[in-house]
Each structure stands twice: as C-alpha cells, then as structure tokens.
Design a protein around this ligand. Structure first.
Ligand SMILES: [Ca+2]
Length: 501
C-alpha cells in the first residue's frame, strides 16, 4: 500500500483546513489526536467524552475537548522496564461513582510487582480509593497489564509470568493468567476456581482482550523469544477455567487439557498488544472485525472470525510501517477507531511528534475538527525557506497539464518549478496557533494551491501528494548546488521507481 500524504487545499480563505493521511484502499483516513507523548499504553473514555490514557513512565493523562492537558491527572513512580503505568479502565457506572482503575508496576524492596488500584476522579484529580489486587508477579518484562470491563460487568485483567514460565501453570500465583473480579475487588461467585480471581491459566504475556457481540472473549498474547522457540504470537478464544499451554505448548503443539490458539503468527513476529472488536457506527465495513495493535509487527492486524466454528475467515495486516509500533487500539464513544503508537519505548524509531494518539475515520465521513491544523500565513509562523519543487507531468493523471513555460524550467519531460516556499505550519493548541513540528507547507503559487507534508522535507525527498495530482516533489535549497543535486536525486529516484514499477 502506498503512503498517501494528503492534504488540502486552501480555496478561498476562511476555511480552516484539516488534514489526515488517506488510505483509499482501506476506505479510511488517519489524523493525529495528540502527539509528543511518552509510550502511551492504554486508552479509555469518561462518559462525557474525555480521553484518559496512561504513559508507561508513570502518568495518567487526558485529552479534554480535543485538547491535550499538559499536566497529568496522576503521576506515580513506577517499576519495571517494560512494566510501568499500564492499563486504564473507566468504570461502566462512572457517572455515578467517578471510578477509574489503573494497573501499574511497582518496586518493593528488591522485588517487582504489579497492582490494580481503584481511583476516584474528582475535579481533574485522581484520588486513590482502594487497592483491589497487589502482589501480582512483576519484573522487567512480561507484566501483562491490560484491564477491561466485560459485557458481564466484571473487570478482567491480563497478567504476565514476569519472566518465570512456571508461574503460568501455578494456580497459587496470579502471574501468567487472565483474572476476573468484581469492581470492588471481590471474587465473583461463578469464577472457575472457587475463591480465586483466576479466570484462565497458561498465559505468557497477554496484553489485549475484547469481546465480540456474542460475548466471546478473544485475547492476544506475546509468543516466546528464547529457549522455548520464537514468535508464535497467539490469538486465543478464552474460556473460563481453561489452560492456554505456556510454557508446555506453543503454536500447533498439543497437550491433553491445553488449548491451542485460534490463530498464531508462526515464524512471524507480531508482538500483539491491545485489541478491539470494532462495533462503532462510523466505519461500516469494519464492523465486527477484531483489530490488534502490534509492536514489532509495526501494523494493525485485522481478523475476521467465525467464532461459532472456532475459525478465522481472514486475517490481514494494515497500516504496515505507517505509524511504527502500535500499543493499543480502541473504539471511541464517537465511533472512530483510536490507535496508540509506541515508538519511544526504546525498540522503535521515533518519528517527528512520536508518540501519538491517532484516530481512524471513514474516508468519506466528516473530518472531526478537534486537532484541526490551521495553516497560518507565513507571517504568523515565520519559519520559511525557499525550496525547489519538481513535478513530473508524465505521471499526472490529468488531461491538460499546465504548460511548461516560464516560470518553469523544462528538461527531459520534467517541469521544475523554480521557486517554492516551505513553511512550518501551526496547530491549534489551547486556542492558540503554535508550530506543529510534524507538518510543513509548500506554497506553490503557480498552482494556486498549498500542500501539506508530514515531516520536514529534505533535499532529495521523494514525495507523492494525495490530492489526486500525483505531484512529485524534490526539495532542496535554492542554491545552484541544491538545484543540481535535487534534480539528479529526483531522476535517480524516478528511474528506480520505473525499474521497480
Ligand atoms: Ca498458548
């Protein structure tokens, strides 16, 4: 799938343009809700639409009315390396009780554990109300951490084996399990093991859970990476009281009394984390599909199940390498799909603005405007510089390309616009226009249009716009050297493209 860098198009003057990356193949576009975050891990919403999300380094933060609040609602010293501030869940009856649940890693003397704590959100502050579970085995890795209310109103918790595989099969340990409790921390009477919060066992490091409309619970789980083999990341249909095999079986291996995954990645590594059955009202062609945020896989995995027959109809990767490592995916109360990136976690390659909360919208739907990127005049954001703009009309799917005459320079079928201007663009933050380091504008007066690019254009850049013109750009400074270098880089890229095309 091609990267399509969209954006638009200032016609007239008073319209505030918004931008998104478009994915015509998928029928969706993606816009940024918040950026500059540090390893966001989990996301949920209060009934009035405020976004709550954790940052693994110990924060609970919020996006309220489209604005990222600068101050965290809660900041804790947390433990673990890949542990930390992990899951967040808003109580289904939050309007009445203001409860918010957090799962985080903590150090105690020389040991590391995880705990589940209930808080009350009052006037923008999070006050600890009750520790529901503590002493969950923890470590630098495999801390589990996803928490979510099920359709039965119970709170489900995924825990990792903390690097000690034996815990997964040990009914006396809360490590390597999926747990189920009442929202006050008590044990539901119908849990499979009497008096225990344990719901299923034999897990290695599950980090995603969700239910389909029939109540089937599907969980994701990181597969092994050592003595027991590699990859074999799992998608499991969770049934109360069942044993999911770790460390005794992986992949298609079988053992009496142990469940096989409904889907596993084989030799491929997805590193699956948060997951979501999409039932929003905004993207009809995605309804009922299961979305998995993958870390190492750098994609969103989309699975269409036939759970009546315990089978997978289709599974595919989307957004491959578009946003890097993905940690969580959830449907917002607005019906759009939200994705958290995880490129600041030391295993990724952070792009400008990482980490981010992204929002997926239908291509034809109205773009929501909470992160509307007003493009200010170059006067208000003065950081502009001259650049070269090269367009290849041979690749333009327009019947009547503009003629290549002054101020263009024609050579070898290429039209080189002698002068364009690249400017920083702004975004609205707290109702003020501030520079948005992730995006730049190219003023192209001869086309009477402006184009937004994600990321700062550099000399030799090869870009394709998403405005239907398939313009190709090469940028450089206006120095002679820049022109020559830019031109030859462009030709090289063009030749490369046609060879591979
Ligand atoms: Ca398993």
């Amino acid at each position: 799938m091609k990267i399509v860098l969209l954006v638009l198009i200032i016609s007239g003057s008073s319209v505030s343009p918004v931008f998104a990356q478009e994915y015509p193949d998928l029928g969706v576009k993606v816009e940024v809700v918040a950026d500059g975050l540090v390893i966001p891990w989990s996301i949920d919403w209060t009934p009035d639409g405020m976004i709550l999300f954790t940052e693994r380094n110990g924060n609970l933060r919020a996006v309220d009315n489209g604005e990222l609040l600068h101050e965290p609602l809660l900041s804790l010293g947390v433990g673990g390396i890949e542990g930390g501030m992990l899951g967040v869940a808003v109580d289904p009856n939050h309007s009445e009780n203001n409860f918010v649940y957090l799962y985080y890693t903590y150090n105690e003397f020389l040991s590391t554990y995880n705990k589940l704590v209930r808080y009350q959100l009052n006037d923008g502050l999070l006050i600890e109300d009750k520790v529901l579970i503590d002493g969950i085995p923890g470590g630098p890795f495999h801390d589990g951490g996803r928490i979510q209310f099920g359709p039965d109103g119970k709170l489900y918790i995924t825990t990792g084996e903390a690097g000690n595989p034996d815990l997964s099969q040990d009914l006396n340990s809360l490590g390597g399990k999926i747990l189920r409790i009442n929202s006050d921390g008590t044990i539901p009477g119908d849990n499979p093991w009497n008096g225990s919060s344990i719901y299923s066992i034999g897990h290695r490091n599950p980090q995603g859970i969700d239910w389909d409309s029939s109540g089937n619970l599907i969980a994701t789980e990181h597969g092994p990476s050592g003595w027991r083999g590699v990859a074999h990341d799992e998608i499991n249909k969770i049934i109360a009281g069942k044993n999911y095999g770790w460390p005794n079986i992986i992949g298609d291996e079988t053992m009496n009394g142990m469940q096989n995954p409904i889907l596993h990645s084989g030799e491929d590594t997805w590193a699956p984390s948060g997951a979501e059955f999409y039932y929003g009202d905004k993207i009809p062609h995605w309804v009922g599909k299961y979305f998995v945020a993958t870390l190492r896989g750098n994609h969103l995995h989309v699975i269409d199940f036939d759970l009546q027959n315990n089978s997978v109809i289709t599974n595919e990767k989307i957004f491959q390498d578009e946003f890097g490592r993905l940690r969580d995916v959830q449907t917002g109360p607005d019906g759009f799909l939200y994705i958290l990136t995880s490129n600041q976690d030391g295993r990724g390659s952070p792009a400008i603005g990482d980490d981010k909360i992204l929002r997926v919208l239908p291509l034809d739907g109205a773009i929501s405007n909470t992160y509307s990127s007003e493009i200010p005049s170059s006067e208000s954001i003065p950081s502009c510089y001259d650049a070269l703009l090269v367009t290849d009309y041979a690749l333009c799917h327009v019947s009547d390309p503009p003629p290549c005459n002054d101020p263009y320079f024609e050579q070898d079928g290429l039209c080189i616009v002698k002068k364009a201007t690249v400017c920083e663009v702004g975004m609205l933050q707290n109702n003020k226009c501030v520079p948005n380091p992730g995006f730049f504008r190219v003023d192209d007066p001869d086309f009477g249009s402006q184009h937004l690019l994600a990321g700062q254009p550099a000399s030799g850049d090869f870009r394709e716009s998403g405005d239907g013109l398939n313009l190709l750009y090469v940028f450089s400074s206006l120095s002679l050297v820049g022109i020559v270098v830019g031109f030859f880089v462009f030709k090289k890229l063009r030749n490369k493209k046609s060879k591979h095309g």
